[in-house]
Design a protein around this ligand. Sequence first.
Ligand code: ADP
Ligand code: MG
Length: 780
Amino acid sequence: SIAMQRILQRRSLQLREKQQDWKESLEGQKMLELRRSLPSYKERDALLKTISQNQVVVVSGETGCGKTTQLPQYILESEIEAVRGAACSIICTQPRRISAMSVSERVAAERGEQLGESVGYKVRLEGMRGRDTRLLFCTTGILLRRLLVDRSLKGVTHVIVDEIHERGMNEDFLLIVLKDLLPRRPDLRLILMSATLNAELFSSYFGGAPMLHIPGFTYPVRSHFLEQILEMTGYRLTSYNQIDDYGQEQKWKMQKQAQTLRKRKSQIASSVEDALEAADFREYSFRTRESLSCWNPDAIGFNLIEHVLCHIVNKERPGAVLVFMTGWDDINSLKDQLQAHPLLGDPSKVLLLACHGSMASSEQRLIFDRPEGEVRKIVLATNMAETSITINDAVFVVDCGKAKETSYDALNNTPCLLPSWISKASARQRRGRAGRVQPGECYHLYPRCVYDAFADYQLPELLRTPLQSLCLQIKSLQLGSISEFLSSALQPPEPLSVKNAVEYLQIIGALDENENLTVLGRNLSMLPVEPKLGKMLILGSIFNCLDPVMTVVAGLSARDPFMMPFDKKDLAESAKAQFSARSYSDHLALVRAYDGWKDAERHQAGYEYCWKNFLSAQTLKAIDSLRRQFFFLLKDTGLVDSSAENCNKWSRDEHLVRAVICAGLFPGICSIVNKEKSITLKTMEDGQVLLNSSSVNGGVPKIPYPWLVFNEKVKVNSVFLRDSTAVSDSVLLLFGGNISRGGLDGHLKMLGGYLEFFMKPAVANTYLSLKQEMDELIQK
Ligand code: ADP
Ligand code: MG
């Protein structure tokens, strides 16, 4: 051990020498000067002192003040200077892959090194670190997984959890685990970093840990809401404009709402006032966050963004523009559109950049650097640019007001989700991005009254994502009792919702009666989708009908590709009905529509096909890319073996696909009572329910099946079911739920006392053994 000590000592001395050399070099001096200009530098000594004297420290500071790039570096440098370099191991977690990668590269460069020397990174399926790596940037998920095999984080000296203000699920999760670990590792240091001033919450969670604030400075930023923007740019907001605008990518919620609230008032809304009035908002105003869904900002569309950008390029002072969009799909489509524009697409005038996950580092550099000459830099980004990435020369911000809320994500591979409204805090944060170097301007593409209805802060992810996935994760990480574990969270979820989630997982066969993970549960925990969707994917691969099942699952994760424009509703409905012909299934209609589109695409007729059938090409493309991700994941987790030929052997069998859909959506079932000329639907919990008018089963006089399975129900005045698929008794008996809970009797009870046929004992026994066989198969 003395020999070991000596080796460590020698290595530490080498590290110190190397660091010293760099600091004395010309380039190193220049870098140092730059780093010293950041606000965090003034706090360096105070930070290091507090960290050495306390096990937990909470650090807050304005975005861009140097938390992420500097603070871990200060610790590393001071350890190296104290000749402890070889023994130190710092882990800094980032909520996103891209920040882990780009920050590590930046920090290595600031230290005059290649990535993988003293600084490295690790994200899922990728990484760069070497024997001497002392500072590792990784995603939160990577650290969680490490904790699974290495419960006490042996050898780690500092853990830094970054961007905790985002209150991401993984971060909240990690904090529970670390809080439990700290007493067992008194030498371990934990540093929490946050962009905003809500440090008290975290401090009190860790028994009053000291808080340190890095003071920053930003210039004032002027806000323009939609009303002023229209006035300023002379843009006319008409409902026809809106239709053309976002191409066909609309769900037309706003128009639909308007229609139900009041007969169509005016086709053309030439101002925000008119548009609001058409949707009946002046009277109803946005008192709740739910009512916000009526104002569809997508309807504002790309053309308005284009218009605002032209206005800035033509009329405004120099300075980069940062555009906040909801996701890659939107960013890419907008980029395509802008590139075709005579002014915005002219590279001698505009440098158009998209800030996305798989950015090459040369492209990243363009984002941080100032362009040459008179060229205007326009960066299209997601809410990642709110806090994780700082574009210093941004003077103008364009804010679409929405963000894709990240779903639960066990693998750091976030599936696509519906965009939803941001909070006031996010809107403020976005606006603040314009005031880094001089006073700025922010264009909010929504009316002031919409802003007023935003929630103050976004709910923590732990409280807004389905708990079922979370419970699976707790079990797969072997963290003990689900309810006990969750009750020690920063903001614990309701006990009743935990109970419901556990029960649901037992019904679908992911947990057994004692809350232990089943084989199915383990496999589900590896797929970053909701358990019901995961179960469909797994059954789709077991029953060799993967393609259509992947389409259904992708369709349920993306938005609806069937469009129902307000003024052509009848045509759109009959287009959809033609896809569902005799299937009584919205899900199968989607499969047929998607297959038809793929076919048309092969003959370069994709757009025409979409146009004729009221389909959104953009959504179909999103479905396409999700499908590819699913396939990759299934292969990656070993659920589909690499020779993928067999997995589509039965894909053309719609009965089978219907059964798999039923397996996934169960216990979302309702019974159908066929009357003379109409049907009545009932669920066990709600009594009578209604179908959404956009469902192919809505308004159908008769459905030749006894049951409907559905994905989602919404309570308005009555309970409405969205997409549904009709299924038979036998399919429901064989594919619904999981027999191990109380045998066939229990199973029948599950299906409700109102199973409307009398089953002979012989038939019942046949079902029992068949069902048992199948459940066993699934559990294998
Ligand atoms: P914080 O974490 O407090 O938001 P950062 O440490 O991320 O701040 O950033 C500090 C400064 O370093 C910012 O001014 C940012 O623009 C700059 N910076 C970060 N990454 C790069 C990079 N790859 N290239 C150039 N500058 C960068
Ligand atoms: Mg940061």
